[in-house]
Ligand binder design. Structure first.
Ligand code: B16
Ligand code: MG
Length: 221
């Protein structure tokens, strides 16, 4: 088809932010400072390394590079304990229906996530096989708001950026999609995601015929 879709993972397909929160909170407890859900908002869409730096900033803690590496490993270990218990019931409302609609229309989709655990998470919720490709934290050198993750996604879709529609819940992700010259769709608070081309509170709000206008004249259904 002549358009394609790129999905962010955390906050769009599943809510893994709550598990990131629990795992980061464990670390903050160990280091002896408070880490709240409000703080956790700052880590959404941000890479693991950058998340640790933000967390240490909140606690006003300075540690050696060696210790940082150790904490990155232990945080991820805690996080994986939660992730490996996930199942398809944790797919966010509207996500599966949206994938079905795209399948029906013959529109291909790939994942564009900052998470290095993205393939495992999609496997847990039984959606991995449905994506044409996965671009995750292992395949990029520059984190969102850099457009790299989505530009690699466009390559996997074999489409020019302007034919790609990105679903994102984080400001940095919307910025990345806009920089890539793609159509950006904010999933979540409209005020927070006000740079998006379109806004929906969640995936159940996407109108039935939303994609049809993006399909070109000769491909119209
Ligand atoms: P990992 P997304 C992001 O996922 C999360 O929103 C962010 O909180 C996390 O730090 C990042 O993945 C890295 O995750 O530690 O699993 O590599 O929204 O880009 O799908
Ligand atoms: Mg996200």
């Amino acid at each position: 088809n002549n358009i394609g879709v790129i999905f962010d993972l955390d906050g769009v397909i599943v809510d893994t932010a709550k598990y990131h929160f629990l795992a980061w909170k464990n670390l903050a407890d160990e280091l002896g400072f408070e880490f709240t859900e409000t703080h956790n908002e700052l880590l959404k869409g941000v890479s693991r390394v950058r998340s640790l730096e933000i967390l240490l900033g909140i606690g006003n803690v300075t540690i050696s590079e060696e210790k940082k590496q150790k904490y990155l490993v232990s945080k991820n270990k805690d996080y994986l304990d939660y992730i490996t218990k996930m199942g398809p019931e944790e797919i966010l409302p509207g996500a599966e229906k949206l994938l079905n609609t795209l399948d029906d229309l013959g529109i291909k989709y790939v994942l564009g996530s900052a998470s290095k655990n993205a393939p495992l998470i999609l496997k847990q919720v039984n959606l991995l096989h449905r994506f044409l490709g996965i671009v995750d934290g292992n395949s990029v050198s520059k984190a969102k708001p850099d457009p790299e993750v989505f530009l690699i996604g466009a390559k996997k879709l074999n489409l020019p950026p302007e034919k790609c529609i990105v679903f994102e819940d984080a400001i940095a992700g919307i910025e990345a999609a806009n920089k890539a010259n793609m159509i950006s769709i904010g999933v979540g608070d409209k005020k927070t995601l006000n740079k998006a081309n379109y806004n929906f509170n969640n995936l159940t709000e996407i109108p039935e015929h939303f994609f049809e206008k993006f399909l070109s004249e000769n491909n119209k259904i």
